[in-house]
Design a protein. Structure first.
Length: 283
C-alpha cells in the first residue's frame, strides 16, 4: 500500500496565512491542505484531508520525497534559444493544422495562416506554441504520417524561423523527426511514447524535452476511464521508467490532466487555444 499526496484547498495569496499554506512547485500557486490518498494496486483504499500546518508530522520517507517534489522549484525549460521559466504560470498556444480538431480544426486555409495565428499568440504572451497535424479528440480518424508531416511541418518551420519556441504534438516517430528537423524544440506525445516503438529512440537521439500525456483509449469517452484522474496519473509514472532511463531524462514531470477530465481538474482553455501549463509532480 502506498500513500499519495495531492495538494488541494488552493488560496489566492499566502498573505495572512503564515505557516498554513505551502507553495506548489516554487511557483505562484499556494495550497492549504493535502489529501492523503492510500492506494493498493489500482484501487484507492481511503482518503484523508490534512492541513498543511500539520502535514510534516505525518510524512514517512516516501511521502517526504513526494512533499519535496511537490514544493521544490522547477528549473526552466530550455527550448533551443528560448528559456521558459516554470516558477510562474506560462501559456501554451495551440495551433491545430487539421480539418477536424475540437477547437480550431479547419480554421486555417494554409500553413502560412496557421503560422500567423501561432505568431500572434506568441506576440500576445504565449511562451510555447504547440503545433499538431492529427486530431486526437474522441472519434477522430487515424492520420498517415506523410499527411501529418505535410500539415504540421511547414507551420513549425515558419514559427521556429521567426524565433518562436515550438512544441510538436505527435505520437509518431517519423513526424517527431521531421518536426525536430524543422525547428521544434519539444515533443508533446498523447500516447506517452507508447504508440510508436521508435519514439523513445528519437527523443533520446535528439535531446529535446518530451511531454508524456496518457490517452487510455482512443476514440472513446475518456471520462469513463479516469474515475480518479489524479490517482491514475501518479500510478502511471512507475509504468514509464524505461523511457526515463532510455532518454536519459534528468527528471520526469507530470503535467496537466487527461483529455476528458478538464472540468474535474480545472484545465484552462478560454476558447482561443491557449492553455496554462501547471506542473504537478516531479519524479
Amino acid at each position: 500500500m502506498r500513500t499519495l499526496l495531492r495538494p488541494t484547498a488552493f488560496v489566492d495569496s499566502p498573505f495572512g496565512h503564515d505557516g498554513k499554506v505551502a507553495r506548489l512547485a516554487g511557483g505562484l500557486s499556494w495550497f492549504a491542505a493535502v489529501e492523503l490518498m492510500r492506494v493498493e494496486g489500482q484501487r484507492r483504499v481511503s482518503s484523508e484531508l490534512v492541513p498543511v500546518e500539520s502535514i510534516e508530522g505525518r510524512l514517512d520517507d516516501d511521502m517526504a520525497a513526494q512533499w519535496t517534489a511537490l514544493t521544490s522549484s522547477r528549473a526552466p525549460l530550455q527550448l533551443g534559444e528560448r528559456t521558459v521559466r516554470l516558477d510562474q504560470p506560462q501559456v501554451m498556444g495551440i495551433v491545430n493544422a487539421t480539418p477536424d480538431s475540437f477547437s480550431d480544426g479547419g480554421q486555417f486555409a494554409d500553413a502560412a495562416s496557421a503560422a500567423e495565428a501561432g505568431a500572434q499568440m506568441a506576440a500576445e504572451g504565449a511562451a510555447i506554441i504547440d503545433v499538431g497535424g492529427e486530431s486526437t479528440r474522441p472519434g477522430a480518424t487515424l492520420v498517415w504520417e506523410g499527411d501529418e508531416i505535410e500539415r504540421a511541418v511547414p507551420v513549425i518551420r515558419q514559427l521556429a524561423g521567426g524565433g518562436v519556441a515550438v512544441s510538436a504534438d505527435t505520437r509518431k516517430a517519423d513526424v517527431m523527426t521531421a518536426a525536430i528537423e524543422a525547428g521544434a524544440r519539444m515533443i508533446n506525445d498523447v500516447s506517452a511514447l507508447t504508440y510508436d516503438g521508435r519514439s523513445a529512440g528519437v527523443i533520446a537521439a535528439s535531446d529535446v524535452p518530451v511531454v508524456l500525456i496518457e490517452m487510455k483509449k482512443r476514440g472513446a469517452d475518456l471520462s469513463k476511464h479516469y474515475r480518479h484522474a489524479f490517482d491514475y496519473w501518479v500510478r502511471l509514472v512507475p509504468d514509464r521508467p524505461q523511457y526515463v532511463v532510455l532518454c536519459n531524462f534528468d527528471e520526469f514531470w507530470v503535467y496537466g490532466v487527461p483529455f476528458g477530465q478538464e472540468r474535474r481538474l480545472g484545465r484552462v482553455n478560454d476558447g482561443s487555444g491557449a492553455r496554462r501549463i501547471s506542473c504537478a509532480l516531479r519524479y
